[in-house]
Ligand binder design. Structure first.
Ligand SMILES: O=C(O)CCC(=O)C(=O)O
Length: 203
């Protein structure tokens, strides 16, 4: 069960099993609009395939993956092809690092074209992300609901992710919770979700 503490800039959701910090206005309106505009010109998006119950299926969203030094990352039986960070996303990366106090060398962008695109229940627990992954996730465009579910109790928490917000998942969260971005019927507008990650050197 999460307890929420609100200050003017951050809502911190604390449980014994992980940490979530939510910054509703990490970017102001003008910055958010301008970033959303720039993202629409990126031509790195593909609809990738994962393995699920022995079958190859297309993920219900578009993805683009950037890495500073070709760091390899993938999930559910797919390997993402790293592209070089465009300058504007690298500047954003440095700004995110200042906020969270972490360093990131990779960025996975999810582009949900409308409310029928989604991201099913999962934990970001791939070995490349280290023991307690720090994932800083920026939302741009349409508001969508983000859900967390405790693995043992099944208890759910919901957050509405707004345009320009940043959600920081860290601590032991990925060991104890799954998260998802469900479909939203009737929504025609797109949303971009920029997830900054730290890929550990392979041993
Ligand atoms: O779109 C979101 O906010 C969730 C993205 C997500 O779950 C992921 O990239 O692992």
């Amino acid at each position: 069960m999460f307890e929420e503490y609100e200050s003017s800039t951050v809502i911190r959701c604390i449980s014994n099993d992980g940490l979530v910090d939510y910054y509703p206005q990490f970017l102001n309106q003008a910055q958010s609009d301008s970033l959303l505009h720039e993202l629409q010109f990126l031509d790195n998006f593909t609809q990738n395939e994962i393995s699920l119950f022995g079958k190859r299926i297309k993920v219900p969203r578009m993805e683009a993956y950037f890495a500073l030094n070709g760091e390899k990352y993938g999930y559910s039986g797919q390997q993402l092809q790293p592209k070089i960070f465009p300058a504007f996303l690298n500047e954003l990366r440095l700004r995110v690092e200042l906020l969270t106090g972490q360093t990131y060398n990779a960025l996975l962008i999810n582009w949900y074209r409308n409310g029928q695109d989604s991201n099913g229940w999962h934990s970001d627990d791939e070995r490349e992300l280290g023991i307690n992954p720090s994932i800083a996730s920026i939302s741009l465009g349409a508001e969508r609901i983000f859900e967390l579910k405790h693995l043992k109790t099944g208890q759910k928490s919901k957050l509405l992710l707004s345009h320009g917000s940043l959600l920081h998942m860290h601590g032991t969260l990925q060991h104890h919770y799954k998260h998802q971005l469900p479909k939203k019927n009737g929504l025609l507008k797109p949303r971009f979700n920029l997830t900054f990650r730290k890929i550990q050197p392979s041993s």
